[in-house]
Design a protein around this ligand. Structure first.
Ligand code: FSO
Length: 540
């Protein structure tokens, strides 16, 4: 196996025997084969589009299948075998319907399940010998994976855009062709542009379904009733769970990326939606053990499942872990059936309290814009000198304490804008406020990173600036998996420069590709805390 798609790539180069994430070689080569046959499906779908016979089911299918290959989403070999088989079947059916034939292996390979491991090993990342082409192809595929996750979330809430699916097909198909480095770079940039469209669509889907997030205090302690813990990013799953557990005597708690759900008006009517439990994804083994009740993983990040809570863990959607109960998809127009989780919760003791207090969330774009006059005044008077975007992902590496230290070292005139699970490195600190504006504004999940771009674009308009880089905003981004890659590409598309990226630069950037990003966008690695803080406050 060879995998370098996430920030934990072994020794900063790639995992070769087992993923640091817990992914075995079996799963890694299944990922490789699934992506390979998805490229074949994309080639056939592209031909269908060219002939004016597009198949509208291909885009959503690709989005879901790619979502399953995102880091920490799914570790279930049976599920990947089924996805590979389904992809080949879909590709073959579309070929047959068009009477299309091709010599390309991605389009013709038809091996049995017993051949999957060998084929996956043959078609993996290293099958492309040119390191720059490999780097650009993988950067594009990982960007599309992140886009796929956002697109699937929006589709679950009923919003889709054909141009997003069309780009996924185009991008996957392009990675099978001998394109020049310039052509590949252009596709990567286009990925960022379509990424903005996908992120805006998800924002529209979330806010149309559940209203605009509002400033909200979320409790960190626990009650005396049994609880269900819901993690991941899927708000529709949360909605179904809240509805079905009404009057059950069970409380619902959020974990990790589900925290910002408390800020949506539609979820505030549920009295049994009581608080947030624990921290970011990587601490789930001890936190899930202490929770005592069932846990529902709606999306990544899953870490290797421990016996202490295995029989209380449930997956749904594109997530999976072998032997863990999986809740089936909702029937057309219906709801998922969470009754087994609710019944198990009733037999469990209440959660063991980890901490007390409250944290504040809900500073998505509409809430920040409601404070726009105050914010603009504070900038004009110098009370706010700098906004620092510290969004993205958290992770296990101890070097991520950098983000806690930066949050503490920033001067009082700096406001932190965050989204994603990166916030857990500093969202329980008392950072105070500036004339009533909190110094930490949490816009939501990584899925809500669109809010950060929206706020920047609005401020640019308000201050009458020509260039987004003239704003008093610095970017100090933490990344871990592929959703952060599409956010990064989206920011680059919007013209944002001087982004600090940490805790390490992606292993999949070859020296030449990294050089292009550095020369064109001044992307830089994080450094010493005090030096970075001083530089950011000085707009460097
Ligand atoms: Fe975090 Fe995991 Fe949201 Fe990621 S829970 S790391 S970018 O999957 O999705 O921020």
């Amino acid at each position: 196996m060879f995998c370098f798609q996430c920030e934990e790539a072994t020794k900063g180069t790639g995992c070769t025997t087992k993923g640091i994430c817990g992914k075995t070689e079996t799963i890694a080569v299944q990922h490789d084969l699934l992506v390979y046959v998805l490229k074949g499906l994309a080639l056939v779908a592209e031909e269908a589009q060219r002939r004016g016979q597009p198949d509208a089911s291909v885009g959503p299918f690709i989005a879901q299948a790619l979502f399953a290959t995102i880091t920490n989403a799914n570790f279930d070999a049976a599920r990947f075998n089924a996805l590979i088989q389904a992809t080949i079947a879909k590709r073959n059916a579309l070929k047959a319907a068009m009477g299309f034939s091709s010599d390309q292996d991605e389009v013709t390979w038809n091996g049995p399940v017993s051949a999957y491991a060998a084929k996956g090993a043959e078609v993996g990342v290293l099958s492309q010998p040119d390191e720059d082409l490999r780097s650009l192809r993988e950067l594009l595929v990982y960007g599309v994976k992140g886009m796929a996750a956002y697109t699937d979330h929006a589709a679950i809430l009923g919003l889709e855009k054909p141009e997003i699916y069309a780009f996924m097909i185009k991008a996957l198909a392009a990675t099978t062709r001998e394109l020049s480095l310039e052509e590949m770079t252009a596709l990567v940039m286009e990925c960022g542009a379509v990424g903005v469209t996908a992120m805006a669509l998800l924002d529209e889907a979330n806010t149309t379904a559940y209203g605009h997030p509002e400033i909200t205090q979320v409790k960190l302690g626990v009650g005396t009733r049994p609880g269900i813990l819901i993690s991941g990013h899927d708000l529709k799953d949360l909605q179904d769970l809240l509805e079905q557990s009404l009057d059950s005597g069970v409380d619902i708690y959020t974990h990790s990326e589900m925290l910002p759900a408390h800020a949506y008006p539609a979820f505030k009517k549920y009295a049994h939606f009581v608080g947030n439990y624990g921290n970011a994804w990587w601490q789930q083994d001890t936190e899930f053990a202490a929770f005592n009740g069932p846990i529902l993983m709606t999306t990544n990040c899953i870490t290797p499942v421990k016996a202490a809570y295995r029989d209380r863990l449930y997956t749904t959607g594109m997530t999976g872990w072998p032997g863990v109960q999986h809740i089936a998809d909702r029937p057309e127009g219906g709801a998922k059936d969470f009754s087994a989780i609710i019944e198990q919760a009733k037999t469990c003791p209440p959660p063991t309290e980890l901490e007390q207090g409250e944290i504040t969330t809900g500073f998505a774009h509409a809430q920040v814009m409601a404070l726009a006059d105050q914010v603009v005044d504070a900038v004009k008077t110098g009370a706010i000198k700098r906004f620092v975007v510290m969004g993205g992902c958290d992770g296990r590496h101890k070097e991520r304490s950098y983000y806690t230290d930066v949050a503490q070292a920033l001067p009082q005139e700096a406001v932190i804008l965050t989204a994603g699970c990166a916030k857990y490195r500093f969202n329980k600190l008392d950072l105070g406020d500036i004339g009533g504006i909190p110094r930490l504004l949490d816009a939501g999940q990584c899925n809500d990173s669109y809010s950060l771009a929206f706020i920047a674009l609005k401020l640019k308009e308000v201050f009458g600036l020509d260039d987004i880089n003239e704003l008093p905003i610095s970017y100090d981004i933490a990344w871990y998996e592929q959703k952060a890659i599409i956010v990064l590409l989206a920011l680059l598309h919007l013209g944002v420069k001087h982004i600090r990226l940490g805790p390490t630069l992606p292993a999949f950037l070859s020296p030449n590709v990294a050089k292009v990003l550095i020369e064109n966008f001044d992307i830089k690695p994080i450094g010493n805390v005090q030096e970075d803080v001083t530089a950011m406050m000085a707009a460097a």
